[in-house]
Design a protein around this ligand. Structure first.
Ligand SMILES: *[C@@H]1O[C@H](CO)[C@@H](O)[C@H](O)[C@H]1NC(C)=O
Ligand SMILES: *[C@@H]1O[C@H](CO)[C@@H](O)[C@H](O)[C@H]1NC(C)=O
Ligand SMILES: *[C@@H]1O[C@H](CO)[C@@H](O)[C@H](O)[C@H]1NC(C)=O
Ligand SMILES: *[C@@H]1O[C@H](CO)[C@@H](O)[C@H](O)[C@H]1NC(C)=O
Length: 443
């Protein structure tokens, strides 16, 4: 009998079987879960906008989802969704190639932008095929996100930190939250590891120190949600979320790896991992606290990032591997057990400690997909980097600032279009001249 197997569903015909001892089984289950997730996506349908999910999903969740699809390719080798993923990630880069499209201004906070940046970073780390020449490389897009965020470091209150929102007119501008600071910490650490540039690590450290000084991270490494400018960050929203634990855990693992296994980061990663274990129940199945009450649409996807970042932590900080992997296994088996709903009888639920709970959607699918595919972490080559000479994604240290080579490339692109435009103008002038001549003749 296979102790690492589960047969989901009452109807054996429709059931998904997951056998964690078989790579093919993990791949097949991931493929089914990915298919159901991508059936929510309409951005590749004629007339729709690539990179957007339909209501009720916010713009950021699409960025998060395409990050999952890069990981899907990395873990399974299945290229089915690569083209649609590249199209989405490039369509949303925005006018300045930094994941700040003007028409998302009303919903875009630092964390929203951060999730698109993290998707681009994942593409660089996994050697996902780089975009065509006229676009910035994945690395440059991740650098652009960090470069645009750094000037938003706010010393007017609370001794520093990043605000949740970018724009003063958006709700939450006065909130400084862990996920926005976590995005800078995580991206900074990963950029340092990939490029070897210490400036990125300095920003990770600065964010880490502030999180601790202000009390958003406790001495025992628990990360709470956020705090308000209005009382100089005295009161805290003490809710804990899996993705806040995960974003600091993986950033810590990247710092551990970047510092060649320093004792300091080993201690911090150990602490963060211990605090993360609170999100596993007595059967070692991952859960989100809101599952006891009600999770909103965003929150239903958080376990996806937690699972993704736990698996990456197991790789970058190998001393965590044997603590993390058994929990990803038990969670994957429980999660797949819920994949019995929807039109095909394979859609998964939100709560993994029971049969399908009727909560279906992109977040639910994404979480199950990540927890299943993360079980392939030992089967794939590790993350690449420019430092090791294996990472080839095109970077640009000035991306997102006024002085970037990628925007120069882009303007070269525009110049080509201008030249085409100039051609049309020449043609129209000629038509005008001939037309005028005709008029003259008619006179
Ligand atoms: C927003 O801007 C993008 C280009 O960045 C454009 O393709 C899209 O049609 C616009 N509208 C929506 C709803 O995304
Ligand atoms: C706000 O908090 C920061 C950091 O803790 C402190 O340096 C600053 O003096 C405080 N400002 C006020 C007005 O209390
Ligand atoms: C850094 O990560 C790689 C995997 O990408 C791993 O092989 C290596 O052992 C890690 N370094 C340390 C110091 O643990
Ligand atoms: C490191 O990154 C900083 C910040 O983006 C940049 O100013 C600097 O030029 C980079 N250094 C190198 C050697 O690329």
């Amino acid at each position: 009998m296979c102790t690492l197997c589960v047969l989901a569903g009452q109807d054996a015909e429709a059931a998904i079987t997951l056998d964690l001892t078989s790579k093919d089984s993990i791949r097949a289950v991931a493929s089914t879960v990915a298919f159901d997730m991508m059936s929510y996506y309409t951005g590749n349908i004629t007339g729709d906008v690539p990179g957007n999910l339909p209501d009720p999903y916010y713009w950021w969740e699409a960025g998060a989802m395409f990050g999952t699809m890069i990981n899907y390719w990395y873990y399974t080798g299945d290229t089915t969704y690569n083209a649609v993923t590249t199209q989405a990630l490039l369509h949303q880069i925005g006018e300045n190639e930094d994941y700040m499209p003007l028409n998302q201004t009303k919903t875009e906070g630092n964390d929203d932008q951060g999730f698109w940046g993290i998707a681009a970073m994942t593409a660089a780390e996994t050697n996902f095929p780089d975009p065509p020449e006229e676009y910035p490389g994945w690395l440059a897009l991740a650098q652009a996100v960090l470069n645009t965020q750094i000037p938003r470091w706010d010393t007017s209150t609370c001794g520093g930190g990043f605000r949740w929102q970018i724009f003063t007119f958006n709700n939450g501008y006065n909130y400084k939250n862990s996920i926005s600071n976590g995005c800078v910490f995580n991206l900074g650490a990963r950029l340092a590891l990939y490029t070897g540039n210490a400036t990125y690590a300095d920003w990770a450290l600065k964010t880490w120190d502030w999180m601790n000084a202000v009390g958003l991270m406790s001495p025992d490494y628990k990360v709470v949600d956020g705090t308000h400018n209005t009382d100089n960050c005295t009161q805290k929203d003490r809710n804990t979320w899996t993705y806040n634990a995960g974003i600091f855990l993986l950033g810590g693992a990247a710092m551990y790896n970047y510092t060649n296994g320093s004792a300091l980061w080993q201690e911090r990663v150990t602490g963060l991992l211990n605090a993360s274990l609170l999100f596993f129940n007595e059967n070692d199945v991952m859960y989100e606290y809101c599952e006891y009450t009600k999770c909103n649409v965003d929150q239903r996807s958080f376990k996806a990032y937690f699972a993704r970042w736990l698996a990456a932590t197991a790789e970058l900080a190998p001393f965590t591997h044997d603590i993390i992997m058994p929990k990803l296994r038990t969670s994957a088996l429980a999660a797949v057990n819920t994949c019995t709903a929807g039109p095909r009888g394979t859609e998964c639920g939100l709560r993994w400690n029971m049969t399908n709970d009727g909560s279906l959607g992109v977040g639910e699918q994404m979480a199950v997909l990540e927890v299943v595919q993360s079980n392939l972490v030992d089967e794939v080559p590790g993350w690449v980097s420019a430092v090791k000479g294996t990472g080839k994604s095109r970077g640009d240290v000035n991306a997102g600032t006024g002085d970037s080579t990628s925007s120069r490339l882009h303007s070269k692109h525009v110049t080509t279009a201008d030249r085409a435009g100039a051609g049309i103008l020449t043609f129209l002038v000629l038509v005008g001249v001939i037309g005028g001549t005709t008029v003259m003749f008619l006179d």
